[in-house]
Design a protein around this ligand. Structure first.
Ligand SMILES: [Zn+2]
Length: 281
């Protein structure tokens, strides 16, 4: 849908300077970064949907956060600050979807070096003692997830089987939420409070969003993230917080623009396009 050069150029040269000019940097907003896999190579898809971040680019991005004095928050802290309890200045949260093994080998060592925490969202049907694969990539094993958790990495649910929840009945959705949570709690011996919605979040379907909110509450999830594009603000549903997709294409200027609210404009265009498509179908 979007050519990288257009959304990067508009963000870096127009929307980011405008957001700064309006004092956007001082508004209560917290960027939540959405990573998937930290590995070389790209998938050959539209840069917006690329899910690989090269280890070198990831190192550069963590260095940027470090040099610019960013404080890395857990999602619990993020939600508390958005509710008005604390200072959000230079704050960021870091998340990883799908539970790939390269988090353990390439991301975690760098995060630890900087003293940064992160939340990793695991597909529990793939959480085994032996190595499993998802999308052709190795997943974290049970012992790696336990070790990461014991060293301060937050672990959240990304469902049991990574389905399109919107296509499922209420009981099946509830099972995906509750079984994955229970599996992780049994594995870690600790409560699991965070959820990440797989695939594009259907935010214009208000009935589905209400149902899912109720089910997440019922299952005991206190916070969560989605693919809604943007920086998190107090008005957002704490169980579907928006995020900023990050990958190898995010050079330092684009990364900074995203962190400081200069990429949020794209969300309005995405919404308009979704509404138009839903009316056309
Ligand atoms: Zn996923």
């Amino acid at each position: 849908m979007w050519n990288l050069h257009i959304d990067r150029a508009l963000s870096v040269h127009l929307c980011y300077p405008l957001a700064r000019g309006r004092g956007g940097g001082r508004r209560l907003r917290i960027p939540i970064l959405m990573y998937h896999s930290i590995r070389e190579g790209n998938e050959g898809r539209n840069p917006y949907y690329e899910t690989n971040t090269s280890p070198q680019v990831f190192a550069q991005q963590m260095q940027f956060l470090h040099e610019n004095g960013y404080r890395v928050l857990s999602l619990v802290e993020t939600v508390e600050i958005l509710a008005g309890n604390g200072n959000c200045e230079k704050s960021v949260a870091i998340t990883f979807d799908d539970g790939y093994a390269d988090f353990y080998s390439h991301a975690y060592p760098l995060l630890r070096e900087h003293g940064f925490t992160a939340t990793v969202f695991v597909v529990t049907g793939l959480l085994k003692t032996q190595r499993t694969q998802f999308n052709g990539k190795d997943c974290l094993t049970l012992s790696e997830v336990r070790k990461l958790h014991s060293q301060g990495v937050n672990i959240g649910s990304h469902t049991v089987s990574h389905p399109e929840l919107k296509q499922m009945g209420r009981e099946e959705v509830e099972s995906e939420l509750s079984v994955s949570k229970q599996t992780l709690e049994d594995a870690l011996g600790a409560p699991v409070k965070s959820f990440s919605y797989p695939f594009a979040f259907p935010e214009v379907d208000h009935r589905f969003v209400d149902t899912l909110t109720n089910l997440l509450e019922k299952c005991g999830y206190e916070n969560g993230v989605s693919t809604i594009l943007g920086t998190a603000q107090p008005r957002h549903n704490p169980r579907f917080l928006p995020r900023l997709p990050i990958n190898s294409w995010d050079d330092p200027r684009f990364f900074r623009a995203k962190l400081e609210g200069g990429y949020d404009w794209l969300h309005r265009i995405q919404i308009a396009s979704k509404i138009l498509r839903s009316k056309a179908s």
